[in-house]
Design a protein around this ligand. Structure first.
Ligand code: G6P
Length: 606
């Protein structure tokens, strides 16, 4: 949610900032801007994409210090004026910001009373005016930023430059990520390593409350009380190539297609053929502790939450521990009862979704034991948790989650196997699940080969104004995620219901204009699902069935048949054709597949 890039060094900053912003565009893409310092501040900002900004940044934009921003609007509509950076009235200070300043109105009123003239509707502009005042009474830009931030309530990742100090940039973090990149006689900062990996793999994550001063020859970090802090440098193993489309038309298709490999990576080194258990080195729990939990509570947002529902089902089935999933945003606001014998699991691809992070912090404050299932190594949620499982799925760039969703479900299967095998899951069932997990990558390849069929079906159904998705028990989270994929990237309205709930209301919607995608695994509920198909067809509804064998043409207009695995693991495979269906529906409708309207990938605000 909003991307920030900063550079200080011997090269011209502008091309580096633009390149970095392009990499961060998944975080927000309604407007963008850059400012460089070279005998005064030179700024360009536009409503639109980073490419629109690049078109208006002149070649004469020289200077080795600069900051840039790509925006997802919160305060004030997307416009040239509301785009970041924001300057102080005297054009001495420039600020880019990710997050929300909660007391912006109050600060703005005070600053206006003091003579400040605001140009934008943003909360960020109060920061540039505030810092322009504190800088006059401070010995350093760092001190000026620290003093200004003491008056600010809210969340921020910020980068600040001062035209009178052309050799340094100051960044600060509270709730919104900032990562420093260490180069050869040059320093970078960004909201995400994606913007840095072309230049350096050596990174340092800032903690909440920290401020960093970056100069070409190094950096210093400080706590909010001005004490210098010691930081650990991490080497990131994601490469620049991971952020390219790799010859695919869209990141989304690339990421769907990568799943045989990404699932293999999530499984790598984690299956034990001797005891038929999963080895999850990051859990930081011994067998006795692992046995002591009586409940599992899973939290996450969006697709992460739906993968958590698949996870809860897996844990109940394999470990026989009561488990359920809840949106992290709901959980954190309802003053949850936190119990010592509950294992909490937070899911996040990015590791920085604010609602999930805040829920983890609330849990920690109440003494809860929290595991993270996270893709981004070293991210805020990963660091906040007591232990966890990394997905190793590589960076996910497209706003809609696909490979991270699948790898999260696979990580839950590993966790469920682990919890089950220290309890009552028999070695034979443990082996069955291990073998099933090993089959997944090849079976995903088989499903990907169904793409031509799914493309045709997507074209056929994409014309519908609205679609229903139904599933029972194991199939229900699959239906929910299928509906989510379709609505977020194709803008076709889609609803997901438990199949048995149809008759309690939504059946009234069914008719020729509202086709249904039905998830019909070959499990003990097959007959019940077939009855539901009959009920839909009897009301004139069209049915696209996704399951393990074609059904009577009287029950479904179209059937997508996917390979069968173990029944507990089948939801993982059944989700994949729905990704391809949504992708091709979005393409058929001419949507902006990787950057759907109004959305952002990392939602770092409440
Ligand atoms: C946003 C994205 C979703 C994603 C959700 C959670 O809403 O658009 O695709 O599922 O955030 O993201 P996380 O990084 O926490 O998994």
């Amino acid at each position: 949610m909003c991307g920030i890039v900063a550079y200080v060094g011997p090269k011209d900053a502008a091309p580096i900032l633009l390149e970095g912003l392009q990499r961060l565009e998944y975080r927000g893409y309604d407007s963008a801007g850059v400012v460089v310092s070279n005998k005064g501040l030179k700024m360009r900002k536009v409503k639109g994409r980073v490419a629109d900004l690049a078109a208006v940044v002149p070649a004469r934009f020289k200077g080795g210090l600069g900051i840039g921003h790509t925006r997802w609007a919160t305060h004030g509509a997307p416009s040239d004026v509301n785009a970041h950076p924001h300057l102080s009235g005297d054009e001495r200070i420039a600020v880019v910001h990710n997050g929300i300043i909660e007391n912006a109105d109050e600060l703005r009123a005070k600053l206006e009373a003091d003579g400040a003239i605001f140009l934008s509707e943003t909360d960020t502009e109060v920061l540039s005016h505030l810092i322009a005042r504190t800088v006059k009474e401070s010995d350093s830009l760092e001190e000026a930023v620290r003093t200004a931030l003491k008056r600010v309530v809210g969340t921020y990742g910020i980068a600040v430059i001062d035209s009178e100090r052309p050799g340094e940039v100051v960044v600060a973090r509270n709730g919104s990520p900032i990562v420093l990149g260490i180069g050869e006689k040059e320093m970078f900062a960004a909201s995400d390593v994606a913007a840095l990996v072309r230049y350096t793999r050596q990174v340092v994550h800032l903690e909440d409350g920290e401020i960093a001063v970056l100069k070409a020859d190094g950096f210093n970090t400080f706590a909010s009380d001005a004490r210098e802090t010691a930081k650990e440098t991490l080497t990131v193993d994601w490469e620049a190539g991971h952020y390219d489309t790799g010859g695919y038309e869209h990141y989304l298709l690339k990421e769907i297609s990568e799943q045989p490999d990404t699932v293999a990576r999530t499984l790598r080194g984690r299956l034990d053929d001797r005891f038929h258990i999963a080895h999850l080195g990051g859990l930081n729990m011994d067998a006795r502790e692992t046995r002591s939990f009586r409940r599992v509570k899973i939290i996450g947002c969006g697709s992460a939450y739906y993968s958590g529902q698949i996870g809860a089902q897996l844990i109940e089935e394999l470990a026989r521990i009561p488990a359920d999933a809840e949106p992290a945003s709901e959980f954190r606001y309802r003053s949850p009862v936190v119990e010592a014998d509950t294992l909490y699991v937070a899911i996040s691809q990015s590791g920085e979704t604010y609602d999930t992070l805040a829920a983890v912090q609330e849990l920690k404050r109440k003494g809860g034991r929290v595991l993270g299932i996270v893709n981004t190594v070293g991210s805020a949620i990963a660091r906040e948790c007591d232990g966890g499982v990394y997905l190793h799925a590589g960076p996910e760039v497209s706003v809609a989650s696909t490979k991270a969703f699948t790898s999260t479900a696979v990580a839950f299967a590993l966790l469920a196997l682990h919890l089950g095998r220290v309890r009552d899951l028999s070695p034979a069932d443990g082996r069955r699940i291990c073998e099933g997990l090993r089959r997944l990558p090849d079976q995903i390849k088989e499903i990907l080969a169904l793409e031509p069929q799914l493309q045709e079906l997507a074209k056929k159904y994409a014309e519908a104004p609205s679609m229903m998705f139904v599933g029972r028990v194991r199939g229900y989270p699959v239906a929910r995620e299928g509906a989510q994929k379709l609505k977020e990237i194709s803008y076709v309205h889609a609803e997901a219901y438990p199949a048995s709930e149809l008759k309690h209301g939504p059946l009234a919607l069914i008719g020729p204009d509202m086709p249904t995608v039905a998830i019909v695994p070959d499990d003990e509920l097959l007959d019940k699902n077939l009855t539901t198909l009959g009920e839909i067809r009897a009301r004139g509804g069209r049915v696209l069935m996704v399951g393990h064998r074609a059904v009577d043409p009287k029950l479904a207009d179209d059937c997508v048949v996917v390979p069968r695995n173990e029944i507990e693991l089948d939801p993982i495979l059944l989700s994949i054709p729905l990704q391809l269906f949504a992708y091709h529906a979005a393409v058929a409708l001419g949507r902006d597949v990787d950057k759907p309207r109004n959305l952002a990938k990392s939602v770092t605000v409440e």
